[in-house]
Design a protein around this ligand. Structure first.
Ligand SMILES: Cc1ncc(COP(=O)(O)O)c(C=O)c1O
Length: 477
């Protein structure tokens, strides 16, 4: 028997999806009592999402930063179907399979030189969680168990599991769980618009790096690793780094003999204009975390990749040195097959050149937004354009994730057919790379018009200091 709201002809639910959703579902990062109804999406193609009631909406945030080649891509669909017909899943302890092996080969060929090992998991949080666990056990296995302190940066976001939350910024997203989190040391991030030292990028010498230097010097032989989101701190407010800071972090990790973990869950696979953000500073981390665009947005998959030196520390006749971590769906063959097909598309379509063209268009199109009184800063890197709304003097306190301007802007864009999800007072546009020049131009026009409207209307909720430490919009995405 068909469920009461299903259309047996098309299998597309008839109107009523939102009402049915309301009966049993609980959505992420959503205050279910006050949030507007979810968008009922019944299909998607290219950069567009299609709703149950016939609207076409441009996916301006790549479905939480995962989509790159467009929705429902024929080559990816075919790879998925072909793999499903051969092997849908098998556990990865004691078994292996072609998609996992082929993908590992391919990943190693594109990752920064020196990364040689791939450990699979299921999502970005677990990729970061695995990285932290590997770093801590690495030192135990090397008979330096006192090295167990992780250094993270302010405004960081590494996920929502307990370990990933611990190394993320203390914020509204983590505060309720504070008793569960382990202690980490935090150092300045190069947030140039709100420089922690009050300097100007034009004349500074990335002086903010000295905070990390002091922290590592103080920790001495207790420091295990430094974890960073290279070049672009995403959920913390789309903070774009000077490449010198990343190079400096690598230099300090070498000098103090600690591991560098690069969380490229957001930045990996072209998002910053290079295959991996570490390439901007020609840096090879000891451990690199991947997820999101790894499967082009099709299926959950995480990978934590390491150098041979890190892997070697786990080799022993003593079984207690084993890395005791795994998930039921580790190395899921369907996800690995799609990830492989996605990497093929990078070559066939010259995807990175496409991202560079998008970057040039975003740079040219976003620059005029600086002139709007409501705009504090404009930041562009690769396929990401961000606008931080600030006070008229451009240096007022930030609004934080809960700034009411976020949902108001999201609603205004949705009315125009553009899906954006501001991080409080930071509005950003991060479309799938397949977006056309015309579509990008249209989206920039919508952003300009909406922000012009906001600039000319007095704000009902002034941008005031939010609840986050350091006033950062740090939080989940
Ligand atoms: C840098 C970074 N690390 C980790 C995560 C967590 O990924 P997931 O949402 O797949 O758990 C995110 C998510 O936004 C992220 O941006």
């Amino acid at each position: 028997m068909n469920p009461p709201h299903a259309n047996p002809e098309s299998r597309i639910p008839t109107p009523g999806l939102v009402a049915r959703d309301r009966v049993h579902l609980w959505h992420p990062y959503t205050q279910m009592q006050t949030a507007p109804p979810p968008l009922p999406i019944v299909r998607a193609s290219g950069v567009y999402l299609h709703t149950e009631d016939g609207r076409r909406i441009l996916d301006g945030i790549s479905s939480w930063w995962v989509n790159i080649h467009g929705h429902s891509h024929p080559a990816l669909n075919a790879a998925l179907a072909a793999q499903a017909a051969r092997l849908e899943h098998v556990m990865f302890a004691g078994c292996t399979h072609p998609p996992a092996v082929d993908l590992a080969d391919k990943l190693i060929s594109v990752l920064p030189a020196g990364i040689t090992r791939v450990f699979y998991s299921d999502n970005g949080s677990t990729a970061a969680e695995v990285a932290v666990k590997v770093a801590v056990q690495y030192w135990i296995n090397r008979s330096e168990p006192q090295r167990r302190t992780v250094v993270a940066l302010h405004h960081a976001y590494h996920g929502d599991t307990v370990g990933a939350m611990s190394v993320s910024e203390d914020s509204i997203f983590t505060r309720a769980f504070a008793p569960l989190l382990f202690q980490v040391e935090r150092a300045h991030a190069p947030y140039c618009y709100r420089c922690p030292l009050g300097l100007e990028r034009r004349s500074c010498r990335v002086d903010c790096l000295s905070d990390l230097e002091r922290t590592l010097a103080r920790l001495g032989e207790c420091a295990a690793a430094v974890i960073v989101e290279p070049m672009l701190q995403g959920a913390g407010g789309m903070i774009v780094w000077p490449r010198e800071f990343l190079a400096g972090v690598r230099g300090l990790c070498d000098r103090f003999g600690v591991l560098l973990i690069a969380d490229e869950v957001l930045t990996g696979f072209g998002r910053t204009g290079r295959m991996f953000a570490c390439e901007h500073a020609e840096v090879t981390p000891d451990i690199i975390c991947l997820s999101k665009a790894l499967t082009a947005g099709y299926l959950p998959l995480g990978a934590t990749c390491t150098t041979e030196a890190v892997y070697d520390a786990f080799l022993s006749d003593d079984r207690s040195r084993t890395f005791f971590h795994g998930h039921s769906f580790t190395a899921n063959p369907l996800a690995c097959a799609v990830a492989l097909a996605s990497l093929d598309l990078f070559e066939q379509d010259d995807t990175l050149a496409r991202v560079r063209r998008l970057e040039a268009q975003l740079q040219a199109g976003f620059e005029p937004l600086r002139d709007l009184p409501i705009v504090g800063d404009v930041r562009v890197i690769g396929g990401v354009g961000a606008i931080e709304l600030g006070d008229a003097d451009l240096k007022g306190p930030p609004g934080g994730y809960l700034d009411e301007i976020g949902p108001q802007l999201a609603a205004a864009f949705l009315d125009r057919g553009l899906l954006l999800r501001p991080l409080g007072n930071v509005l950003y546009f991060m479309p799938p790379y397949v977006i056309s020049e015309e579509e990008t131009a249209w989206a920039i026009e919508q952003i300009m018009e909406v922000l012009q409207g906001v600039s000319s209307t007095p704000r009902s909720h002034p941008i005031t200091r939010g609840p986050n430490l350091e006033g950062s919009p740090t939080g989940g995405c």
